[in-house]
Design a protein around this ligand. Structure first.
Ligand SMILES: *[C@@H]1O[C@H](CO)[C@@H](O)[C@H](O)[C@H]1NC(C)=O
Ligand SMILES: *[C@@H]1O[C@H](CO)[C@@H](O)[C@H](O)[C@H]1NC(C)=O
Ligand SMILES: *[C@@H]1O[C@H](CO)[C@@H](O)[C@H](O)[C@H]1NC(C)=O
Ligand SMILES: *[C@@H]1O[C@H](CO)[C@@H](O)[C@H](O)[C@H]1NC(C)=O
Ligand SMILES: *[C@@H]1O[C@H](CO)[C@@H](O)[C@H](O)[C@H]1NC(C)=O
Length: 625
């Protein structure tokens, strides 16, 4: 098995086509947005007569799987005399032509061109490439040597570029041979097929194609490690028969492969890629995956597998080869050692954390400039989808919401208090909470987690987190603490129980900021008015009220007023109660705190503007027990 297929055999005036089985989503039907894409393939053309061209081949994007009624010879198996140039074709092609057809304005008999709906190229250039020094070098399309082609479309820049080079030359993507400034959206349908066509004329030629690679993003796959080899044109009749046989066999094999061609990369002849092992990697246990495994698991990090994008990278869904185990792979780019070491915390920490309400980190992988973190896959997605899904879908009940709040409180308490080191999460929000199949909530995305040794005064870091969830003192000091996590958790509680976003610009003025609105209702009415009405059924009013009050307290501007997570868990479990004078504590504005072990002295300006002093030793006294 050579991994290639032949588009044409020695037959004259014939053509061949090969298309992907499944269409690709080039355009979003809802909002009409076109995706960027990249295609890389290797090809070779071996002509019957050295130095004498037959006809060429082309990469095509077509509305149909296969192009019916196409002609051979100068039409390259794409168009025919009648439909040539018609906009109804809806075909985008990149031709690799070895024949000069004056009727189509071809520049020479060895050129590359971009065609839309017809044989006349919009832009074209003699086959050549820019080497590493930026020198333009000639390239013969009929040398029989493998040639690498990368076609890149950037929707942001509305540019289609074509790169060509000998197969063994890598990293030549600085300067394209062809550059077309053209928005392709008018030509792209929602779903289109990609494929190749090639034709022969009175002179024969065999067009070989190596498995091709399509990405629905502007990422170009790294294919440095293999260079395909293609056979030469058969000389004698017996060899011809053999080639036909080989062709048939290859085609048969391709049929089997075609289904997976787009999703699986074949890492044949895969040279051992340099994967650097650093000291910490050896020390800190979690399983190290092979890049190949993850690549196969995620079908080459295809866009289709994309689950979402986080602050640091993208998350892909995957299935580990040889098992049914579903995983979520987070890909993080790190181009400096600096960044690398920031993620060290994530790997070495979460790899050892075990809690039923934390998303488990299975392992990781480092490859080139990227770090991959492998997590358990959570089929039901993140909490924000449940909170804000469309009206016709069933909403979360109060009991479910309360359970989610308790689950996350428990996870956070574990991170803050129950582990050998204090782990600050730094980015608590519904999007980072995942729901498993039993509706348990699990805290995920420790992308911002920093590790602090117990009792060790943490260093200053630049502020990280999500707007709206960042505690005021974190903005001032840049220092994340367990208190800043509690602040974010307080807002999280409000968001989950009220079922609305923290900031709702379209709401009435005093309702825009959820935390302020909740406090406003507490002071001037009934705190339950802030909650989702539907949730406040008679039997759970008390629980809703407790969560709202606790949410306001946890998200207090003054860090000293906020309880710690172990306290929060106890209150949620009714093992501890909120203090009676809670509203007084909460209402205290501009609270300044002098921290004296367990005794807290708050400097409170009263409503009249004079300074009063409120002293208490334990603001959250236990009642009842
Ligand atoms: C298309 O866009 C809409 C709105 O942005 C989005 O909700 C939907 O998921 C997108 N569809 C696909 C297939 O990406
Ligand atoms: C359309 O939807 C896609 C998601 O499929 C999104 O990336 C893009 O930003 C959206 N564009 C507009 C104009 O809403
Ligand atoms: C040209 O191709 C179209 C399909 O694109 C087909 O309907 C038509 O019959 C073809 N014409 C000829 C002359 O083959
Ligand atoms: C490259 O090809 C062009 C024609 O396509 C020719 O004019 C030129 O002389 C060639 N250069 C070299 C170095 O062979
Ligand atoms: C969670 O996912 C499972 C399957 O993955 C599905 O059957 C179930 O309906 C989902 N639950 C909710 C509440 O969406």
């Amino acid at each position: 098995m050579n991994g290639f297929l032949t588009l044409t055999n020695t037959k004259k005036h014939s053509y061949g086509q090969v298309f992907n089985d499944e269409p690709l989503l080039f355009k979003n039907s809802t909002n009409g947005t076109v995706t960027s894409f990249s295609i890389t393939f290797f090809f070779a053309i071996t002509p019957e007569h050295k130095n004498k061209g037959s006809h060429g081949m082309a990469f095509v994007i077509s509305p149909t799987r296969g192009i019916p009624g196409a002609s051979a010879d100068q039409y390259l198996g794409i168009f025919n005399d009648t439909n040539n140039g018609k906009s109804s074709n809806q075909i985008i092609a990149v031709e690799l032509d070895i024949h000069k057809d004056d009727e189509f304005g071809d520049i020479d008999d060895n050129h590359v061109g971009i065609n839309i709906n017809g044989m006349r190229s919009i832009v074209s250039a003699p086959a050549s490439y820019y080497d590493h020094e930026g020198q333009l070098r000639n390239l013969s399309l009929i040398s029989g040597d493998p040639i690498r082609v990368t076609i890149l479309y950037s929707q942001e820049e509305k540019q289609l570029s074509v790169f060509l080079s000998p197969a063994e030359k890598t990293n030549l993507l600085k300067r394209p041979l062809l550059l077309l400034d053209q928005d392709l959206s008018p030509y792209l349908l929602e779903e289109m097929y990609v494929g190749f066509a090639a034709s022969t004329g009175s002179v024969g030629a065999i067009h070989y194609l190596w498995t091709f690679y399509v990405f629905l993003s502007s990422a170009v796959p790294n294919l440095d490690f293999f260079i395909p080899k293609f056979p030469t044109y058969p000389k004698s009749e017996s060899q011809v028969k053999r080639t036909v046989l080989v062709t048939c066999l290859t085609l048969a094999l391709f049929v089997a492969l075609a289904t997976s061609a787009f999703s699986l990369f074949f890492y044949r002849r895969h040279k051992k890629v340099k994967e650097v092992l650093e000291e910490w990697e050896i020390q800190c246990g979690p399983h190290r995956f092979a890049y190949k495994e993850l690549f196969q698991a995620t079908k080459g990090f295809k866009d289709k597998q994309l689950l979402g994008k986080g602050g640091f990278g993208q998350v892909f869904k995957g299935t580990l080869p040889g098992s049914d185990a579903e995983i979520a792979v987070k890909r993080i780019s790190h181009d400096s050692r600096q960044g690398m070491h920031e993620f060290l915390a994530e790997i070495s920490t979460i790899g050892r954390l075990r809690h039923s309400n934390l998303v488990r980190l299975q392992g990781y992988c480092r490859y080139k400039e990227e770090l991959y973190l492998v997590y358990d896959f959570m089929p039901n997605g993140s909490l924000d989808k449940y909170l804000y899904r469309r009206a016709n879908r069933e909403q979360l009940t109060w009991d479910q919401r309360f359970k989610i709040i308790k689950d996350i409180a428990s996870a956070l308490c574990y991170l803050h208090h129950d582990w050998v080191q204090v782990v600050i999460h730094r980015d608590i929000k519904p999007a980072n909470v995942l729901i498993d199949h039993q509706m348990n909530a699990r805290l995920g995305d420790f992308g911002l987690a920093k590790l602090y040794d117990q009792g060790f005064d943490p260093q200053t870091f630049s502020v990280a987190g999500t707007f709206g969830y960042i505690a005021p003192e974190l903005i001032r000091s840049g220092r994340a603490t367990t208190g800043t996590d509690v602040y974010a958790f307080g807002l999280f509680m409000l968001e989950v129980s009220c079922g609305r976003r923290l900031i709702e610009p379209r709401a009435a003025t005093n309702e825009v900021v959820l935390a302020e609105w909740t406090l406003n209702r507490w002071e001037n009415g009934d705190i339950l008015e802030a909650a989702n009405e539907r949730l406040c059924e008679e039997h759970n009013r008390e629980q809703v009220e407790l969560v709202l009050k606790l949410g306001v307290l946890c998200s207090h501007q003054a860090a000293g007023v906020r309880p710690d997570m172990s306290k929060v868990v106890r209150i949620l479990n009714c093992d501890s109660q909120l203090p009676d004078n809670l509203l007084d504590i909460v209402k205290a504005e501009n609270v300044r705190m002098w921290s004296e072990t367990s005794e807290r002295v708050l400097d409170v300006p009263t409503s009249q503007g004079s300074i009063g002093t409120l002293t208490f030793t334990e603001p959250f006294t236990s009642h009842g027990r």
